[in-house]
Design a protein around this ligand. Structure first.
Ligand SMILES: C[S@@+](CC[C@H](N)C(=O)[O-])C[C@H]1O[C@@H](n2cnc3c(N)ncnc32)[C@H](O)[C@@H]1O
Length: 237
């Protein structure tokens, strides 16, 4: 990708290109190319999701964070694990569909295990009931990771484990957000998990599409959700 020192408008153009109608594979290729510039660019957008999600997860996990095994799904370059580490978590596994993003994450030596894989259409490559916490930040949105991933997040969590998810509430993502919340409620009504926290965030990140910049403030909003897996009464797990 181009060199450093980009301005907000340049970053908006880059993200707009990423959000144009394209296949998931094309999107992952885009992330491959963007990987080395990603963190600088999202900081220009004031992208706060990894920081806020880590604080939210820490707030509902007050004890022994250093011994909790956390799966960072769609880990990208590792921003969520970095923020979780600041909150006292130390054990991280990560998975992402972009080899380029994973390459950057690997250099941080934060993760004990990093895997390359597609999300949403196949099983996660992990055993059931393995993780104390699962986090997915910045990837549950229109054109990225489908809502069909949710039962898998639940499957790999331990009984009593926490699942932390984020999404955007800007206009173009509202349909996806509604589908996501419907799936969350459906899993709750089936007794698989219970809602622990919902945090609406007004200033999630700076808007990137012209329409939203004009209509809303300079920022778009987002949401953090945390659910706790309910033990299966027949097995206790
Ligand atoms: C906006 S980045 C977020 C990365 C990181 N969680 C963060 O907050 O900085 C979205 C990540 O999701 C990954 N991703 C998006 N759709 C995916 C899919 N269907 N399968 C696997 N990875 C996907 C991308 O490769 C990218 O690293």
């Amino acid at each position: 990708m181009a060199d450093c020192g980009r301005g907000l408008q340049q970053v908006r153009n880059i993200i707009a290109a990423a959000h144009k109608d394209c296949s998931v594979l094309e999107k992952l290729q885009f992330y491959d190319q963007w990987a080395t510039q990603y963190e600088e660019d999202v900081s220009i957008l004031d992208y706060k999701a990894p920081h806020l999600a880590a604080l939210a997860l820490a707030s509902v996990c007050p004890l022994n964070r250093e011994s909790k095994l956390v799966l960072d799904v769609a880990c990208g370059t590792g921003r969520a694990a970095e923020e979780l580490k600041r909150c006292g978590f130390t054990l991280f596994h990560g998975l992402d569909g972009s080899a380029g993003m994973l390459e950057v994450a690997k250099k941080k030596t934060l993760y004990q295990d990093l895997k390359h894989g597609m999300l949403g259409h196949e099983q996660l490559p992990y055993d059931s009931d393995k993780y104390d916490a699962v986090i997915i930040v910045g990837a549950l949105s229109d054109g990225q990771v489908p809502v069909s991933l949710l039962p898998e997040l639940l499957r790999v969590s331990k009984a009593g484990g926490l699942v932390c998810m984020t999404t955007r509430s800007n206009t173009s993502n509202l349909k996806y957000k509604a589908d996501l919340e419907e799936e969350m409620s459906s899993l709750q009504s089936k007794g698989f998990w219970e809602q622990v926290l919902v945090q609406e965030v007004e200033q999630w990140e700076k808007a990137t599409s012209e329409k939203e910049i004009a209509k809303e403030s300079d920022y778009i909003s987002g949401v953090i959700y945390i659910y706790r897996k309910i033990p299966d009464p027949s097995t206790g797990s």
